[in-house]
Design a protein around this ligand. Structure first.
Ligand code: SF4
Length: 211
């Protein structure tokens, strides 16, 4: 019986990505190999509790939410990730997303499981942890997210998008301000000024005050 180390499950509104606003069943796996300065999920650093993959798949299948997201922590660290994602993918009527911090090989995600990959900016303190080979591994269905602390992060992210032609490699590129640190209006002004094809993304779940 395959297990994964679980932090928590919960149902909420999807606050990020192209599926923002949809009801989503979240599976937060335990453990993270990074320590971002702005991290708001330090609860996922702990070991978690072992839960059978088939039990999580059954819970997701019983949820009325059309979306299922595997998140963390860093979900790709777990040996049971692939079996979990395959089990969820085969549920009828569900779209499956996986959020990853960009430091692990994203090709672990099976076909039809959509990767939402962070590219860590200097303000995170973790920009050197990125596995740059992931840029080549992106599929047209995948999405990329930059979480920005300040204008230095914005300039760094803008150059990264241009150098790697990111908007032509994946479904969408999002620039997201650190909640309560960078004013989204300033980020909007920079994006408009520079005519970027990256999309501004506020963390909608935080605007609503839900998990
Ligand atoms: S990758 Fe995510 S969970 Fe890990 S430290 Fe950074 S923000 Fe926190």
């Amino acid at each position: 019986m395959t297990t994964v180390s679980l932090c928590e499950t919960f149902t909420s509104i999807q606050g990020e990505s192209s599926w923002v606003g949809l009801s989503c069943f979240f599976i937060r796996l335990a453990g993270c190999n990074l320590r971002c300065r702005y991290c708001d999920t330090a609860c996922a650093y702990a070991d978690g509790r072992p839960v059978a993959v088939r039990e999580l798949v059954a819970q997701a299948g019983a949820s009325p939410a059309p979306l299922v997201e595997i998140t963390g922590g860093e979900p790709l660290l777990q040996a049971g990730f692939r079996e979990l994602s395959l089990g969820l993918r085969d549920l009828a009527g569900k779209r499956v997303l996986v959020e990853t911090n960009g430091s692990m090989d994203i090709s672990l995600a099976p076909e039809r499981v959509i990767v939402i990959m962070d590219v860590k900016c200097p303000g995170s303190g973790q920009d050197r942890a990125m596995d740059l080979r992931n840029v080549e591994r992106l599929r047209p269905c995948d999405e990329v997210k930059f979480v920005l602390t300040d204008e230095r992060d914005y300039d760094w992210a803008r150059r990264f998008v241009e150098e790697h032609r990111l908007t032509s490699r994946c479904n969408a590129v999002f620039f997201s301000p650190v909640f309560g640190v960078l004013d989204p209006k300033r980020l909007a002004e920079w994006i408009v000024r520079d005519g970027l094809s990256a999309r501004l993304q506020a963390q909608f779940h935080k605007v609503l005050g839900v998990p």
